[in-house]
Write a protein that binds this ligand. Structure first.
Ligand SMILES: Nc1ncnc2c1ncn2[C@@H]1O[C@H](COP(=O)(O)OP(=O)(O)OP(=O)(O)O)[C@@H](O)[C@H]1O
Length: 518
């Protein structure tokens, strides 16, 4: 796959990485996290989790200012690691040691494996003093924390080497995973055979565990005549599943017909499903076959079944139980051998309880239940799906296939996709259209809600409201972080920020960032 995303969430699922993190935490109370190429901490549940064994670090991240300092340290360390290619052990402004090992895949910098919350033997006394004064200044009420300074893990040179080795093992695991991803596409068929992994069923795409289970279920039920109830949120692929069931069944040479039960009023739906005879109502100028008759021998897909009235539910029950129905205005009982598939995004069980849906019909429909997972619960499918939609767009528009940038794909992975696969399909199409002739799809073209959502994960960056306020808040944050990082060395920071020292001093005064007590 030439455009794999960095799958930060998946790193946590790798057994070896989990074990290594556990060991590092247990031995040295060092919390291992990942930073992306911009230095943002990833996979930090709730944004704040920190090694519970280290009470000082816990207190720091629970405090807004302390947490933002930690983020600033992670950011700066990552930026410094970008060009170094080697492990860096540095110190954050509060006195703790920080270790970061860069992750490079195919010469591309992806981010770092980042650890903090310890001190090193050589400078332990000096670091502890710094930490004490930091705690006294920022946590004046927490004298208990001062006592904990003595319990902080002090790493000897040898231990630091071990720690580096263990973190490098974490990086190695990540590289192995990326290698696997790169090779993945070319090995799809081989893998399918070796591991029994399915990348699709009919035109359905997805290789996540829930989709694998779904394919297995579909395989087992496609040839049966039993009614199937397909449940899932909007855009999860219910209709696609219904089609796949039909075209993989012995009925495939017969018709597959779809009716959206929510789109008709009671009378029209009845006529649509069962047909009518001429003159049975105004506008019935000739006899019309209903879908149950037209789909005889094939499959009828009743979409939005949760939207049908109680009267219609009685009629549906009859045709499902007896295979018979009567066209509107007729007395003739007709027979049909149709396989019925029904779908809904409504909670039918609840509706049965509240009396809005007939229990007998529910059981009659739900002989086999297929529940389609939401896209946010199978994010590993996003890459494959996006690739599939890029290919589809290229084919339909007769243009070369475009490529989604890594950072853009990362944002797609961060989004929760309330509209599921349909929303993703629309987003990829939008990206392709907005990119015009360009083959590279980058963040600029993403929908604002997806961009915003990604930014929300990074505290400190405001993306809504007044532009001037947002820029000022970002400027203030950058200056504060920089001052702390450089130990209030304004000349150095001014140089780093690319502004004059006088300009920096004006801004420091404007934002009231003068060092307290200094
Ligand atoms: N697993 C998948 N692989 C490829 N395309 C998919 C997949 N799931 C959904 N799609 C595509 O996403 C779009 C929405 O799917 P579909 O209409 O089947 O969803 P639905 O659950 O029936 O939606 P609704 O509840 O809104 O009717 C379609 O274009 C479909 O082809």
């Amino acid at each position: 796959m030439n455009q794999e995303a960095v799958r930060w969430e998946d790193f946590e699922k790798i057994h070896v990485i989990r074990k290594l993190k556990e060991i590092i935490g247990k031995w040295w109370q060092v919390q291992i996290n990942f930073t992306d190429r911009k230095g943002f901490l990833r996979n930090v549940p709730d944004g704040r989790f920190f090694n519970p064994l280290n009470p000082i670090c816990q207190a720091i991240v629970a405090d807004d200012k302390g947490f933002s300092k930690r983020l600033a340290t992670a950011r700066q360390t990552t930026v410094d690691s970008m060009s170094s290619k080697t492990t860096r052990v540095t110190r954050d402004p509060s006195g703790f040691s920080v270790i970061s090992v860069p992750i490079h895949v195919n010469n591309e910098f992806l981010g770092t494996v980042f650890g903090d919350g310890f001190v090193v033997a050589d400078s332990a006394a000096e670091q502890k003093a710094l930490i004490r004064s930091y705690l006294e200044r920022d946590f004046p009420q927490r004298s208990d924390l001062l006592a904990e300074v003595e319990n902080l893990p002090v790493l000897s040179e040898k231990e630091l080497r071990y720690l580096t080795e263990l973190i490098t093992l974490v990086v190695d695991e990540i590289l192995v995973m990326h290698k696997f991803l790169d090779d993945e596409k070319s090995r799809v068929s081989e893998l399918s055979k070796e591991l029994g992994v399915r990348y699709g069923f009919d035109r359905m795409i997805g290789k996540s565990l829930p989709m694998q289970e779904l394919y297995r279920l579909l395989e087992r039920i496609c040839d049966s005549d039993a009614t199937v109830l397909i449940q899932g949120s909007n855009g999860t692929g219910k209709e696609l599943i219904a089609k796949a069931l039909h075209y993989n069944s012995k009925r495939k040479s017969k018709k597959f017909l779809v009716v959206n039960c929510g789109a008709f009023n009671e009378n029209l739906l009845e006529s649509e499903l069962f047909g009518h005879i001429k003159g049975s109502f105004t506008g019935a100028v000739k006899d019309k076959k209903g879908l149950f008759e037209a789909a005889d021998g094939g499959t009828l897909f009743l979409d939005e079944i949760g939207d049908t009235s109680m009267q219609m539910q009685v009629k549906l029950l009859r045709v499902l139980q007896e295979g018979t129905f009567t066209p509107v205005g007729s007395t003739e009982v007709k027979k049909s051998s149709v396989r019925v598939l029904a779908a809904t995004n409504k909670p039918l069980v609840e509706m049965v309880k509240s009396g809005e849906f007939r229990e007998d019909l529910y059981y009659r429909l739900n002989v086999i239940n297929v529940t389609v997972p939401m896209l946010k619960d199978r994010k590993e499918d996003i890459v494959l799906l996006a690739d599939h939609f890029l290919e589809k767009f290229a084919k339909n528009s007769g243009t070369p296939k475009k490529k989604i940038s890594k950072s853009c794909l990362e944002k797609l992975m961060d989004h929760d996709w309330p509209g599921n696969v349909r929303e993703l399909e629309n987003e990829v199409e939008r990206l392709c259209v907005l990119a015009g002739d360009s083959l590279d799809l980058n963040d600029d073209f993403l929908s604002p809600r997806i961009k915003e959502n990604a930014n929300k994960k990074y505290p400190g960056l405001r993306v809504n409201g007044n532009l001037k306020d947002s820029l000022e808040s970002l400027e203030k944050q950058m200056i504060l972080d920089g001052l702390e990082r450089t130990g209030w060395n304004k000349s150095r920071l001014a140089k780093e920020l690319g502004i004059s020292r006088a300009g920096l001093i004006t801004k420091v005064n404007k934002y009231g960032l003068e060092k307290r007590g200094g």
